[in-house]
Design a protein around this ligand. Structure first.
Ligand code: UDP
Length: 420
């Protein structure tokens, strides 16, 4: 199989390669060979040659020769520079257990906007489960990404932009976590509760019909871009979303950071059994994270003062409110004066996913940005209207907004200006 793929690729690339070489020779252009040393499986030294004509690299023939020799795979971690590989911690390194790849898992995740950890962590993660199934999934996702990628256009990535009436903090996941955690002050009773929300296509549909929700979001410190819908709507206005920042992917990174900074959390929302499961799973997975307390999202409705008392007595730094949008954002706004936490985040269905009450889409579905199809299949009655009617409606409104935006000169807001 390897031989067939390798020879097919070489037969496609070689004619162009030969033609460029000959034309370079004929025009007396400078032809050079660059050799780079990479680290292969088990730290084997791999030499990779690139031929350049007048400093322009020709088709990559050597990679396919290395592929035929079995030194690289189609799918695998990006080859690491040999000198850098000598410095890695051999005890914990997993990426060198497998061959480097022509297509890397990190590359696929980056295109989907869900590469939330470092490339090295992604490479190690892949090496732990480099099954044929996982490799095939990555290959298929990569091919589909190539097929559906829109023409290479120059997108702008402003730090903050306004999309369909809401100001989006265009941060990567890492920066969003840093912003939340660094914003937790040392004194428990901060002057104001910092408020964070995630906005996806469904939220946009909701705030278009409920102006109160839109006004609430305007009072939040940061609103993060969640999902393929927002990414598309932004792209239609020539704006790039730095990364898909959603509560479920943020949660493990947030917990690690809170653990390091010795900050505590309070969990509010979900059914009584769900929130309890979340608390016990957190205690198992993050033994050094202080879960200051938890409460379901239903019983407090009759007695908000009792809930304020519970939260305040817990002395939690950060409050996670999982009651679905826009109820959770409204709750944060209405109750902020009565609670003594530093910050609060509306996290939607996070507790249902983390407690494994609702199954999350597999990795390859998320890489294809099709998590919503999974949610629709899992909860067709609950989510049918949201996705089957909501998605086309959102796309229509996004297209209208893009048309309007293109008629106006673009003006970007910076982080410090009025968010209204
Ligand atoms: N929920 C709650 N109190 C309520 C209504 C809902 O705690 O009064 C919880 C519900 O149990 C579920 C979550 O809010 O865990 C809603 O999840 P959904 O998937 O609707 O949120 P989304 O991520 O879509 O905003």
């Amino acid at each position: 199989m390897r031989l067939i793929i390798g020879i097919t690729m070489l037969s496609v690339l070689l004619p162009k390669f030969a033609l460029m070489c000959l034309s370079g020779l004929y025009r007396h252009k400078k032809i050079s060979i660059f050799t780079r040393a990479y680290s292969g499986q088990n730290f084997e030294r791999i030499e990779h040659r690139t031929i350049t004509v007048a400093n322009r690299a020709l088709s990559d023939i050597d990679t396919w020769l290395l592929y035929i020799q079995g030194k690289v795979d189609l799918v695998g971690p990006r080859p690491m520079n040999f000198d850098a590989a000598l410095r890695v911690d051999k005890e914990t390194d997993q990426r060198h257990n497998v061959r480097p790849g022509i297509i890397s898992p990190a590359q696929v995740k980056r295109t989907s906007g869900i590469a939330h950890v470092s490339e090295n962590e992604l490479a190690n993660e892949f090496a732990k489960n480099a099954s044929l199934l996982r490799r095939t999934q990555i290959l298929v996702v990569w091919a589909l990404q190539k097929l559906f990628s829109t023409r290479a256009q120059r997108l702008l990535y402003p730090p903050v932009f306004k999309l369909m009436d809401v100001t989006i903090d265009n941060l990567t996941m890492k920066s969003a976590v840093a912003k939340i955690v660094n914003g937790l002050s040392d004194s428990r009773k901060a002057a104001t509760v910092k408020k964070y929300a995630f906005v996806n296509a469904d939220c946009v549909n909701k705030y278009r019909s409920q102006p109160q929700y839109k006004n609430t979001l305007k009072l939040f410190d940061s609103v993060f871009a969640d999902g393929i819908g927002i990414k598309l709507a932004a792209r239609w206005q020539d704006l790039g979303v730095s990364e898909n920042v959603n509560g479920t992917d943020m949660f493990p990174l947030l917990c690690c950071e809170l653990e390091k900074q010795k900050k505590s959390i309070y969990l509010l929302g979900g059914s009584p059994s769900v929130v309890k499961k979340v608390a016990s799973k957190l205690n198992r997975e993050y033994p050094n994270l202080q879960v200051a307390g938890f409460c379901d999202g239903y019983q407090h409705k009759q007695n908000p003062a009792a809930l304020h008392e519970l939260i305040n007595r817990s002395e939690a730094d950060l409050l996670l409110v999982a009651m679905g949008a826009p109820q959770q954002e409204q709750w944060i706004l209405d109750n902020q004066e009565h609670i003594s936490v530093n910050a609060a985040i509306g996290v939607g269905g996070l507790f249902d996913f983390y407690s494994e009450t609702v199954s999350r889409a597999p990795e390859w579905v998320r890489e294809l940005s099709l998590e919503w199809i999974w949610r629709l299949a899992a909860q067709p009655l609950d989510k049918g209207k949201r996705y089957l009617i909501g998605n086309p409606l959102f796309l229509f409104n996004a297209a209208v907004a893009a048309r309007k935006a293109k008629q106006k000169p673009i003006s970007f807001k910076t982080s410090n200006v009025d968010r209204g």
